[in-house]
Design a protein around this ligand. Structure first.
Ligand code: SAM
Length: 360
């Protein structure tokens, strides 16, 4: 039996469930993605490059960036892998990269000085998309409702350019400690005051408003706990051993409660970005649909990256597609085609992200 056939056999309830919206070819590609090793990806942490706080695009050709990339390439040259692994740029971000060889894992590069100094952060390209799609601006107060271990929060700090506040909320105290460690490694001392880490249930935050001075937020990132269908790897049984329809439904309920709790915390005119690393419609479009039905003051808007204002954006990157307008007889309200669905491949984890705005 091939590895793909084995994946389909051992995850057959999942494949049956996904067959309500994936074609037979897509299901086959998904099984391939679950079995193939994923390329190691990372981003440059511009906060730790010399000209801290300058916008990420402006640093795209800085000498220090070239120096960091050269150090990583030198380490790759020393590996015995053939063909020699190369650092390759991401098509939609000047500071996201991958290593071209699937045999290079994070552990091969984690000991490098540039990593220990926080100049690079290992993060999936899909994860990098969510804060870019939120589009936080200098001076904003942003709530990251489910923040640990904090890769996305640290990118939000890059966006506010030294002014404003990022409240990083997390339920699990052990994961909040990992988040604090990332704050310590990835932020220069002068920027630590821009981040407030707190341990709290995101569903109860509106009752705890004094925790962050009682003020509302210009933007909220809800990167929700999910069933993780976009990050399954057959070589890591922990990534799929819990999966069941009940597991999907349990997460959908929690996601519905979290997104509802975000609403009273958002300013009028503020942005809410909802994301997951799962594929099920029940945890993505359906959660947003139910939320929008109950909150007519919210509307779906374009994702903040320039790529997504182009009419043909979903055909620009082969893994990218739009959100679904309907599913199993339910026609979703508002414009789900503005949402991004990322299909899992060797390069990308599966992901869903949508941006909404509270009307003025
Ligand atoms: C998808 S992960 C977040 C990843 C994170 N945004 C990042 O980029 O590093 C979801 C997180 O939500 C946390 N979580 C689960 N239930 C929660 C709740 N009720 N309130 C707040 N956080 C919760 C989990 O412990 C987990 O750390």
């Amino acid at each position: 039996m091939s590895a793909i056939a084995r994946a389909r056999a051992s995850l057959s309830p999942l494949f049956d469930h996904l067959s309500s919206f994936l074609t037979p070819t897509e299901l086959h590609q998904l099984a391939h993605a679950y079995t193939a090793p994923r390329n190691t990806t990372f981003r440059l942490n511009t906060l730790k490059l010399a000209r801290q706080g300058v916008s990420r695009n402006k640093t795209s050709t800085s000498p220090e960036k070239a120096e960091v990339l050269a150090k990583i390439q030198a380490a790759l040259n020393e590996t015995k892998k053939r063909p020699t692994p190369r650092v390759r740029a991401c098509p939609w971000s000047p500071n996201a990269f991958k290593v071209s060889h699937p045999g290079i894992a994070v552990r091969h590069l984690a000991g490098l000085g540039v990593h220990k100094e926080g100049k690079i952060h290992f993060q999936s390209w899909s994860s990098i998309l969510a804060p870019l799609c939120l589009g936080a601006q200098p001076g904003w107060r942003v709530l990251d409702m489910c923040a640990a271990p904090g890769g996305k929060s640290m990118m939000l700090v890059e966006d506010i350019l030294g002014k404003g506040l990022i409240v990083c909320n997390e339920l699990d105290p052990a994961r909040a400690k990992r988040l604090q460690k990332n704050v310590d490694t990835l932020l220069p001392a002068s920027m630590k005051d821009l981040v407030h880490v707190q341990v709290s249930d995101g569903r109860k935050l509106s009752a705890d408003r004094e925790l962050f001075g009682g003020q509302l937020f210009d933007a909220i990132l809800l990167d929700a706990p999910c069933s993780g269908e976009g990050i399954i790897a057959m070589s890591v049984p922990a990534s799929y051993k819990h999966w069941s329809l009940a597991w999907v439904q349990r997460h959908a309920r929690l996601q519905g409660q979290l997104i509802a709790a975000s609403h009273p915390l958002l300013k009028k005119g503020g942005y809410l970005t909802y994301s997951t690393c799962t594929l099920s419609v029940e945890e993505n479009e359906l959660v947003v649909h139910e939320f929008l039905k109950r909150h007519p003051d919210m509307e779906v808007v374009e994702l903040a990256m320039p790529l997504f204002s182009e009419p043909d954006w979903s055909s620009r990157v082969s893994s990218f597609g739009t959100g679904f307008s309907n599913h199993l007889g339910t026609r979703f309200i508002d414009d789900m085609s503005k949402a991004l669905r990322v299909f899992p491949t060797e390069e990308y984890e599966g992901f869903f992200v949508i941006r909404m705005r509270k009307r003025m």
